[in-house]
Ligand binder design. Sequence first.
Ligand code: FES
Length: 353
Amino acid sequence: MSSHDIPEENLPVEQDATHGAAVTVADENHPFADPGLPPHEHRIQDIDERAAKRSERTVALLFTLSMLATVGFIASYVTIEPNKSIYVFPIGHISAMNFALGLTLGVALFAIGAAAVHWARTLMSDVEVADERHPIEAPPEVKAKVLDDFQQGAKESQLGRRKLIRNTMFGALALFPLSGVVLLRDLGPLPGTKLRHTMWSKGKLLVNMNTNQPLRPSDVAVGSLTFAKPEGLEEHDEDFQTQIAKAALMIVRLQPENIKDKQELEWSHEGIVAYSKICTHVGCPISLYEQQTHHALCPCHQSTFDLSDGARVIFGPAGHALPQLRIGVNADGYLEALGDFAEPVGPAFWERG
Ligand code: FES
């Protein structure tokens, strides 16, 4: 755009100082004259179409580089082993995946920024314009002018004419967000129904967590509190914490005549009842038992459960009773589970799911 294209009202003209416009001649009231805008100098791209084409190719190249870097980011994320390390001077040994992700993401962002800057500096209009300040409430004719200016700016950006730039820019901007989308994979696999089930299944022996021995009914005395885990779950197992957090059991022996809940009695063996040790408030392990009252107490927020009455909550913030595990005795005389818990263990958010 040449200076001939500038709207007349934007050119530095001598105006009446008494109306608050630009002062181009110093006087008593305005000792400093407004020098106005310097003369516009054309860039090589303004007068030489071949130079403009070169700039266009440079911008397109940078946008293309950004696209390639984004593809490289995704490829790095998918193909590089997370625990692989490489030596990078002068940093030393670092994670190969982190290095590749950082590098490609940096190049993708830098290339988009560099392309935008180069485009603005070499091809978009560089004619400086001055505009008067106006009241915030713009009159309709000013709004119309803004719209005109916007359309003029869009025309001057040559977005419609330079299709190569436009297409590669849209490609780079459309592809770049994919970098964030692939990172969603790091949220881990969907849990499916895993959180609704535990290791307990029909025939699994109840193993004493202290002695690591399968429990017989005679091992559980009236008034005692025994903690148990499923047979086959060992402390050195990789997923021990995950599994025990759901499967930990609390076993007590009651006099059968003291059991008030009918289902509890059916699911017990000779007065031995097995309940989840995981508090239904926010999941603390329950560890206190009062044999006189048959109350189990969670130490975190004092939720209290009546183990003689279906482990219903009699005090505290827990939302529902502890899940009971149905148990029996196998042919060898060991206590065994007769299935999984009938409901998910732990906090009550399951009820809202
Ligand atoms: S976690 Fe048991 S009462 Fe809060």
